[in-house]
Design a binder for this molecule. Sequence first.
Ligand code: ADP
Ligand code: MG
Length: 687
Amino acid sequence: MRPDILNPLFAETDTLDGVGPKLKKPLDRLGLTRLRDVVYHLPERFVTRRAISNLDEAEVGEQVVLALTPTQHLGSTGRGPHRVLAEDATGNVCALVFFGRASYSAKKQLPVGELRWIAGRVDRYGDMLQIVHPDHILERSDASLGRLCEPVYALSEGLTQPRVAGLVEQALARTPQLPEWIEPGLLEKEGWPDWRDALVLAHKGENERARDRLAYDELLANGLALMLVRADNRRRNGLSLQGDGRLRDKLDLPFALTGAQARSIGEIEGDLAQESPMLRLLQGDVGAGKTVVALSAMLIAAEAGAQSAMLAPTEILARQHYETLRRMAAPTGVNIALLTGRDKGRARESTLMGLMDGSIDILVGTHAIFQDSVAYKNLALVVIDEQHRFGVAQRLMLASKGKRAPHTLAMTATPIPRTLTLAQYGELDVSKLDELPPGRQAIDTRVASTGRMEEIVEGVARHLQTGQQAYWVCPMVRESDYATEDIAAAEARFATLKERFGEAVALVHGQLAPEVKDANMQAFVRGDAKLLVATTVIEVGVDVPNATLMVIEQAERFGLAQLHQLRGRVGRGAEKSVCLLLRGDELSETARDRLALMRETQDGFRLAEEDLRLRGGGELLGTRQSGDNAFNVASLEQITRLLPKAHDDARLLIERDGGLTGERGEAARVLLYLFERDYGVQLLRGG
Ligand code: ADP
Ligand code: MG
């Protein structure tokens, strides 16, 4: 049970003054559901502003405060922004610019002819100065405007900076002092403030010590949880699985294994023979052939009379794996079943029966396969595909389901640097597929302007005429906020392509009814549909060797790792493949460099490294897609710098203080609950 002292922090945000159903929504969208989340919603940066008396004093790009009088509202035309012309004291005119729903409030806040104090960043657009989405619009030059240094928070639509700052202030006022979990010597050496002070300071201004302390807390919590899970895993022995090769010998693969595949299978076989549960990561670039390695592992389990489960991140992938495995494993006679959240009624019942009586050897599915209602006769191996899509907690919980700890094989196409694997799993063995199957041709990657749409469509037409298939990917502009717009863009593109290609085009995106999505996907896999228009749902794992052209719209909006994943959908057969990156006309320098790099290399590790450098690693950690952040507080730089120490400390604390009992041990429990790594504590109790 959560220590009482944390209760105020776990109160819902609507217990804050001024938060009703209307404000709760945008807060939820930011993941701020409890006070704890609000106090940990640390500023992205701080702005320092200069008060100026007229626009002549403003430098382009500068943060300023000045008095302006609105003179005219220019309503938005179509999808354009709402613009308000405003005058300073000397008669200079600038524009205040609002996109989307912000334009409604702009109309109210900026009546024509009435002076307002505006704070924001001055930009130049054409030959006019403008301020896009001012941070403040006030009737009086209020105290907050005079503040030199002001936090800037991540927002969602419906929130403003002052609103969030006010909520943070309230939440901090209700934040209790907590017992110290950091070792006193370290605290002193680093000059770190105590927990509560660190939070307050981190909201006030740049304060490296405060931020480091908060990051360290998170890393320590993570380290403690991982070690508790690991210790628990070791305590509960697994099942030693010794295959005799009888099923693997019957496999009739159309290719010979690569050296890397054979080596990885050997490593896994060695692990499975042990009683202590395997925890191994199989890393291999897209197309490296991870599936057949997974199948071999599962056949070893079947040879030893045990069951395996393979977890896929999406319904589409689960189905595809099911088909692929069934095809590959047909000569072995093993019984493979599929279970997803969508399976209901009699089919589901019979699968559940088969799992219970042991007649099903291998189960493939989405997270539904680990629901409580799913009971296995003797589950001994869990394979997790594209692991970076799953939250850390989920992975760990799942590995600890059942009396015997199952062996775990996690597979990923994302090259993860060692520190980050350590952060996500603790110590873990790694097998690498560092060799692509032979005969793969380089994918011819080109960059073209969206302006040449007609030519591009004709190029696609010629491609389809040869009997080969193609993907057309529309971008996901932002995570959830604008998802509907993205879907609309994909729908619109689908409509125009359909005019040209008729029934040969199919569409998949996340908001189609599941049956429709499946049916469309299957039509493409079968080859009935020639051109698949999709959002990034096809990013992972889909395997259609006859698809040899990939068109990616607005490629500059994607991360490198993501582009690499997408591109990996082609180049899977013997035919030469082409990847066409469509770009907008106004590209930043970095965007240009990134697209050039895509053209230059097909090395996933190199691209991931560059991505890490350019984007700070969020994508690499998989936080962007999974929505389950391994780390919210610690930055990549802090992880690299502080994680080894935090993990050492966690180990010491657990070893010296066995069950987390002493004074610091009790404090560490509070920490685990604070960061919701309390499954660690629960295991402790169980053991
Ligand atoms: P990924 O590592 O991306 O999951 P897959 O397992 O989907 O890759 O394999 C990609 C393609 O390569 C599949 O069509 C698979 O049949 C094929 N493949 C796998 N191993 C080999 C091999 N040793 N030789 C030739 N083709 C192979
Ligand atoms: Mg795969």
